[in-house]
Design a protein around this ligand. Structure first.
Ligand SMILES: [Zn+2]
Length: 259
């Protein structure tokens, strides 16, 4: 049978690719279909049909159709829900938002729906739009993203002796094992891929994973926590992906230039 199925969902633009003189291929992260790639016919020639809605971060209500699930989707219409104008006006906000969508793009699979990931991205883009570009926001996005995508680091116990986190103990984080080793178990605290981490940082990251987003600002994020969580999360994400994301590199370079 040669029938077309039409679908409606909400999606955030992750990236676009020019395709022919007139068409655009757009990758969205959608509420109901996970990552979805669709062709926007005529989007490069006429702006009328898709006016300003196919820019990165833009969240829209989409209508698309396709003949079969494994075939390319055709974008029929796109109505803007939130285009995040303040993000677009600021370099800091744009760099942070670009890293968030890049992370979601690299970790997600086509058509594997995960509504929590859609909500996470939408909520954190909204927080950037409101002006939050803090280190705390960046690390809490990473740790929540890892949890939703099934890569949560084990921060509640020692992976070797299984003893629960204890504020009297000292710990290292093993990048290859994705979790804590207490110092009494770890014979190689200075080995490559093993980072010292304070109990304060571990507890802050645990809290950042669970707390409601409107209460995140109440969490104290010390200089030590910022340094330790940056090393841990950057190396751990790089280890999972097998590379450093370009958007992370640019964000990091711009932040270093300002110090
Ligand atoms: Zn142990």
């Amino acid at each position: 049978m040669n029938t077309k199925a039409t679908h409606r969902t909400e999606g955030i633009v992750l990236k676009t690719l020019n395709y022919s003189d007139s068409d655009l291929i757009v990758t969205f992260y959608t509420r109901d279909f996970g990552k979805l790639t669709a062709i926007a016919k005529g989007a490069r020639k006429s702006k009328k049909r898709f006016v300003n809605v196919l820019e990165p971060f833009c969240c829209s209500s989409l209508l698309f159709f396709r003949k079969q699930r494994d075939q390319l989707a055709w974008l029929e219409s796109c109505q803007c829900i939130n285009e995040y104008p303040e993000i677009r006006k600021s370099l800091d906000r744009t760099l942070l938002a670009s890293y968030f969508i890049d992370l979601v793009d690299h970790f997600s699979l086509e058509e594997k729906a995960e509504i929590k990931l859609f909500k996470l991205l939408y909520t954190f883009l909204s927080l950037i739009e409101e002006g939050d570009t803090s280190e705390r926001l960046l690390r809490f996005f990473e740790i929540r993203h890892l949890k939703i995508t099934g890569y949560a680091p084990a921060l509640d116990r020692c992976l070797i002796c299984n003893a629960p986190l204890n504020s009297q103990q000292r710990y290292v984080f093993s990048i290859t094992h994705g979790g804590l080793h207490c110092l009494s178990c770890s014979s190689a605290s200075a080995a490559p891929g093993v980072l010292p981490i304070s109990v304060g940082t571990i507890r802050t990251l645990q809290l950042g994973t669970e707390i409601e987003t409107d209460k995140m600002k109440r969490i104290l994020f010390s200089g030590q926590t910022a340094r330790e969580s940056k090393s841990l999360l950057t190396l751990f994400i790089g280890h999972i992906l097998g590379k450093e994301l370009k958007s992370m590199k640019v964000l990091d370079e711009v932040q270093r230039m300002r110090i």
